[in-house]
Design a protein around this ligand. Structure first.
Ligand code: 5GP
Ligand code: SF4
Ligand code: MG
Length: 457
């Protein structure tokens, strides 16, 4: 998911709309904006892409100098309207809106407890739990109560909380998801990715740090720590495929890190071949890096039809296959008769790679050598990326040779853990580590995940 918030601009809702556009790649299932007009909070949201949801929106009815927005991609909760964020709660004393990127590992347990105490939930989303924790005993919502509520959550979260008086931004103690602060004139902006700042002409101020709660109001910006632990473990998959190449995450440019992944991969797994190609869009950067390091020519071997949106791809296997065919096409004149190194950013289920290898062979490729710019994904993610069961992961169930056979490649190699770490942390002087749990099983909040498994099964 992607979150965006702005405080102190006449065109808050419109800017949020533009910001959400640039975060669209983080979620295509639903989008919404809540705006604060100084008297009340108003919402416009719906299922679908930002463009569709706001096609008929009247921005003159979304007046106010403060807004938050969200694009949704569901890892928890169903794909229904109620789960589209921001979630807006109307109260006699105070209304409040919430936008969340991440996944709350202990949501099921907390929800069970809250329901026993009388809470009634409107959604099946893990996000709503925070609202109930916040409002129990009719407490005021302030830094202290938010801090207390956050300390009951386990997992990954970048939260935006909007009240009539303040905008809060919070990041979990391991900082698994990205969240940055920017400035636009006198206004403050918060977003999942810095590309949203560039989109609206805002400048980057700094990252929200793990375990930090930011308060923004007309007085300016304030920061407290709601927990002492602050070991950053930014999600490696953000760099590998999720984030936009023009974003900087934790002060590292995403394109630069991907290019470096390609270079590391070329060093670790060289191959004599004629051309290097990447699977658009997310593998282009690493393919360029691989080509540069190996000295082989980078070619545009696959093109993407930019008019085939995700919504176009229907939920039946047959139609989905047609969808992939419509989305990607081989450049036959380039591929034919060549020994091709095909770079992909990652393999999850293996279906994409299999189809692309087949497509390249059908287009006359003599050999297809698959090089993956990340280590094998062998473990589920509990922190907000949609890979939640081991069964669906090809690398959890097959070794390298079997994978090559299944996807029909002449050879296959993955980037090592060390290589990925070097590529991401290379230019970084500012501290800290990354999460690679889906690749190496080292879960940053492991104890809790295991406990949770015991409790919920
Ligand atoms: P698969 O191996 O499951 O067919 O797809 C892998 C491709 O999907 C990769 O090229 C990558 O760009 C993209 N991808 C990687 N991880 C994920 C994920 O968690 N969710 C989705 N929707 N796509 C992913
Ligand atoms: Fe990212 Fe993998 Fe960690 Fe999930 S387990 S947060 S996908 S690195
Ligand atoms: Mg891809």
């Amino acid at each position: 998911c992607g979150v965006f918030g702005i405080w102190g601009h006449e065109k808050a809702a419109e800017l949020t709309y533009y910001g959400l556009h640039s975060l669209q790649h983080r979620g295509q299932e639903g989008a919404g904006i809540v705006v604060n007009d100084g008297i009340e909070l108003n919402v416009h949201k719906g299922l679908g892409l930002v463009n569709d949801v706001f096609k008929d929106a009247k921005f003159d009815q979304l007046q106010g100098r403060v807004a938050i927005g969200h694009v949704r991609y569901s890892t928890q909760g169903e794909k229904v309207y109620e789960n589209v964020q921001p979630l807006l709660f109307r109260g006699q004393t105070a209304s409040m809106a919430l936008a969340h990127n991440g996944n709350i590992v202990n949501a099921y347990k907390l929800r069970g407890r809250l329901e026993k105490q009388g809470s009634i939930f409107q959604t099946s989303s893990d996000t709503e739990v925070l609202m109930h924790l916040l409002k129990r005993n009719g407490q005021d919502v302030n830094e202290e109560t938010i801090g207390n509520a956050l300390n009951q959550l386990v997992g990954a979260y970048a939260y935006l909380i909007l009240t009539k008086k303040k905008l809060y931004a919070a990041l979990d103690p391991t900082g698994i998801r990205p969240l940055s602060i920017g400035i636009l004139g006198n206004a403050y902006v918060v977003a999942s990715e810095t590309c949203a700042f560039d989109q609206i002409g805002a400048s980057f101020l700094r990252e929200v740090t793990p375990g930090e709660l930011i308060t923004i109001d007309d007085e300016g910006i304030k920061s407290i720590r709601f927990t002492a632990s602050n070991q950053r473990r930014m999600c490696a998959m953000e760099y590998v495929y999720l984030a936009r190449p023009d974003s900087n995450l934790n002060y590292v440019n995403v394109h630069a890190s991907r290019k470096q992944m390609g270079k590391e991969l070329a060093k670790e797994a060289p191959k004599d071949a004629d051309i290097v190609i990447g699977v658009p869009d997310s593998s282009i950067s690493s393919a360029i890096g691989y080509a540069e390091e190996s000295g082989l020519p980078y070619e545009m071997g696959i093109i993407k039809n930019r008019y085939v949106g995700r919504t176009f791809i229907q939920p039946s296997q047959e139609l989905r296959e047609q969808g992939v065919k419509m989305k990607l096409a081989p450049v036959r004149g380039i591929i034919e008769g060549k020994r091709v190194i095909m770079i992909d950013d990652s393999i999850v289920r293996g279906t994409t790679s299999k189809r692309i290898v087949q497509m390249l062979k059908d287009a006359g490729a003599k050999e297809v050598h698959v090089r993956i710019a990340a280590p094998p994904i062998q473990n589920p993610c509990y922190y907000g990326i949609d890979m939640s069961t081991r069964d669906e992961l090809i690398a959890a169930n097959h070794n390298i040779d079997e994978i090559a056979e299944i996807i029909g490649a002449d050879s296959i190699a993955y980037l090592s853990e060390e290589g990925l770490e070097r590529a991401i942390l290379k230019e970084k002087s500012l501290n800290q580590g990354i999460c690679m749990a889906c690749m190496n099983g080292k879960y940053p909040v492991k104890e809790i995940v295991e406990k949770e498994v015991v409790y919920s099964s």
